[in-house]
Every structure is written in structure tokens, then in C-alpha cells.
Ligand binder design. Structure first.
Ligand code: KG4
Ligand code: ZN
Length: 344
């Protein structure tokens, strides 16, 4: 069919964890609509994501969310040029919901389909901003499931320099918050309480992992240190709680920033992006900007709602795959674990 418009519109669908999202993005840069249905209320009382409940909520939400994205854009399915869906990594039952929806839409409309790696999605969120980083650049991906330092050579061309050996940074926030009885997801609560706390009040460990593991992270020791602290002193209240949150956040942020600075210097990269849910953290945003000013690298961080899971980032990543001619068949499968290619 002859294209009647000169833009390339991608419908993105995301359901890898606890957000059901759909979005329409033009040319990989302009967000036309962006709908996110969060399941926080579903999982809150369990203190973490319950996979079976996540799948059920995705099933209930996915059709209205896709419809909402089309309606807000004022577009019909016919006016979409391609469909991009997160197919890896994530909770398999959750991924399958978005995947089946995307495949059905691709089948009935005949539109091209691509599967997007969730972390490629996070890396692409910054391209929806007016001044994205040039290639190559360094990226710190910090989410609930991942913490990685990545060299980005081009769209879809990345090499992982380091990753967490145990908990992800977001997991450290969430588990810390759970321990302190602050609910789920914990990152945003700790962020808020930390604003009025003293980050030097409680001495907590910074695990730096030296030598050949220099770009790797470890956060499980910090969580254990918090547990010991709480066992010894009880869960504090008021100002003491704010102080503990500020100290805990500072321990996470300091490790993330120090490792990013070191990698940027070694790789001689002058542009650094931070993405994933934890990139919404105000302490990390400020500390990374300050490090960039000191060391001479420029820092790019998407606005908070594009750091946490959304489908605009999936559509942006999918755009680059589609224009390269990539096509997925209706046998496209969900892959629960899909590590990024690692530097040898
Ligand atoms: O990227 P994301 O939405 O989902 C995954 O791909 O995992 O990241 C979710 C994580 C959660 O662990 C959540 O606590 C954390 O991001 N998060 C934050 C903040 N907002 C979300 N962590 C610290 N400070 C925040 N403001
Ligand atoms: Zn994510």
C-alpha cells in the first residue's frame, strides 16, 4: 500500500513487569500518545511483584491501554506503520500478554512486528528528549531488575562493561523500603524521605568490587547491613527515619556514581546517560550531574516518567529495528532472561 504520510509511526507495547503500557511514537523521537497502567495497588500488600497477579492485571489492562493510546493519538490501527513489543527479559507470563496482543494486531493488520529487549527500550527513552546523547556514549541502566554499565556504540549496538552480581539497585531500594515498613515500590518513598534526612547519619557499606570486576556492582551487603542496623536499633521514626533513608540512598548513589565516573574516564566517553526506574531518583540525578560537571562529561537523564517502565521507549527502540528491516514472525517468543552482550 502507498504510504500517504512521511512519518513512520510505531505502536509500542510493554508488559514485562508490573506496568501495562502502550504508546505511539513518530520517527523514534516524537511521542504522540503514552499510556501507562500501573499495578502498584495490586502488589503493594505483598511488598513486591507477584508474577501471577501481574499476568492477570496485564490481561485486564492491555486492550484498554492499547485502545487508549490510539484514541489519544487520534489514530486508527491502519495509520500505524509498525508494532514493537517487549519480548525479553521479564516475567514470562507478563511478557506473553503484551506479546500475544502485539502478534494479534500484527496478524489482523498485516503491519510489521519487532520484539524489543526491555533494556534497549530503557536506553532509547533518552532519544525522545530534545537533545539526546551522541554515539558512542556510556549508559548506566538502573532498574528494579537490572544494574549495568554499558557502552552504547549505536542503536542496538551495545556492549556491557559491568553488571550487578546480586541485587539490582532498584531491588536494593525496594528491599530496604520493605525492611523499613515503607511499602512497595520503595524507591520513590525512600527518595522522598531522604530529602529531609542527613546522608551521613548512619554509616553503611559501599561495595566497590575492584580489579577485573571493577565495573560490576553488588548491593546485597548493603541490604544486610541495613537489616543488622534495624535489628540492633529498631525501625526509627520521624527525623531518624529520614536520616536512615538518606544514608541508605547515599550508599547506593555513591557506588553508582563512582563506578560511572571511572568507566567514563577509562572509556574516554564524554556523554553519559542514566536510565531505568532508579534514574528517577533525585539524589542520583543530582549526584550524577555534579560528577559530570567536575569530570567534564555531559549527563542525559530522561524525565522521571520515562525512567520507569513505559511503552514510548519500546516504540523508540523498535523504530530503529523496523527501519533497519528487522521483522519478527508470529512465532516471536517471550524470553525471561536475556543478558546484554558482555565485553570479553
Ligand atoms: O525500570 P523500572 O520501572 O522497572 C524495571 O525494569 O525493573 O524500575 C523500577 C524500579 C523499582 O525498583 C523502583 O523502586 C525504582 O525503579 N524507582 C526508584 C524511584 N522511582 C522508581 N528508585 C529510587 N528512587 C526513585 N525515585
Ligand atoms: Zn524497566
Amino acid at each position: 500500500m502507498l504510504r500517504t504520510h512521511l512519518v513512520f509511526r510505531v505502536l509500542g507495547i510493554e508488559s514485562s513487569c508490573d506496568e501495562t503500557a502502550a504508546s505511539i511514537v513518530e520517527d523514534g523521537t516524537r511521542v504522540i500518545s503514552d499510556v501507562v497502567a500501573s499495578q502498584n495497588e495490586v502488589h503493594q500488600k505483598y511488598g513486591g511483584v507477584v508474577p501471577e497477579l501481574a499476568s492477570r492485571a496485564h490481561i485486564l489492562n492491555v486492550v484498554p491501554v492499547v485502545q487508549g493510546a490510539l484514541e489519544r493519538a487520534g489514530l486508527s490501527l491502519e495509520q500505524i506503520d509498525g508494532i514493537a513489543v517487549t519480548n525479553a527479559p521479564g516475567l514470562v507470563g507478563a511478557l506473553l500478554v503484551g506479546l500475544q496482543t502485539a502478534k494479534s494486531l500484527a496478524w489482523v493488520t498485516g503491519k510489521p512486528l519487532v520484539g524489543v529487549h526491555h533494556l534497549q527500550g530503557h536506553l532509547s527513552a533518552v532519544y525522545l528528549e530534545p537533545e539526546p546523547p551522541p554515539m558512542p556514549h556510556l549508559a548506566l541502566i538502573v532498574s528494579g531488575g537490572h544494574t549495568s554499565l554499558v557502552r552504547v556504540n549505536g542503536h542496538g549496538d551495545v556492549v556491557e562493561l559491568g553488571r550487578t552480581r546480586d541485587d539490582a539497585a532498584g531491588e536494593a531500594f525496594d528491599k530496604g523500603a520493605k525492611l523499613l515498613g515503607l511499602g512497595y515500590p520503595g524507591g520513590v518513598v525512600i527518595d522522598r524521605l531522604a530529602k529531609t534526612g542527613n546522608p551521613k547519619a548512619v554509616d553503611l557499606p559501599r561495595s566497590m568490587l575492584a580489579g577485573s570486576h571493577g565495573d560490576d556492582f553488588s548491593f546485597s551487603g548493603l541490604k544486610t547491613a541495613l537489616l543488622h542496623h534495624v535489628r540492633a536499633t529498631g525501625i526509627p521514626e520521624g527525623q531518624a527515619l529520614a536520616d536512615l533513608c538518606a544514608s541508605y540512598q547515599a550508599a547506593i548513589v555513591e557506588v553508582l556514581v563512582r563506578k560511572t565516573r571511572k568507566a567514563a574516564r577509562r572509556e574516554r566517553l564524554e556523554h553519559v546517560q542514566v536510565c531505568g526506574g532508579v534514574a528517577a531518583n533525585s539524589g542520583l540525578r543530582a549526584a550524577m550531574q555534579a560528577a559530570g560537571s567536575e569530570d567534564g562529561f555531559r549527563v542525559y537523564i530522561p524525565p522521571p516518567n520515562r525512567c520507569t517502565d513505559n511503552a514510548a521507549m519500546i516504540a523508540a527502540a523498535g523504530y530503529h529495528q523496523l527501519i533497519k528491516g528487522e521483522r519478527a514472525g508470529l512465532d516471536l517468543d517471550a524470553i525471561p532472561s536475556a543478558p546484554l552482550p558482555r565485553r570479553a
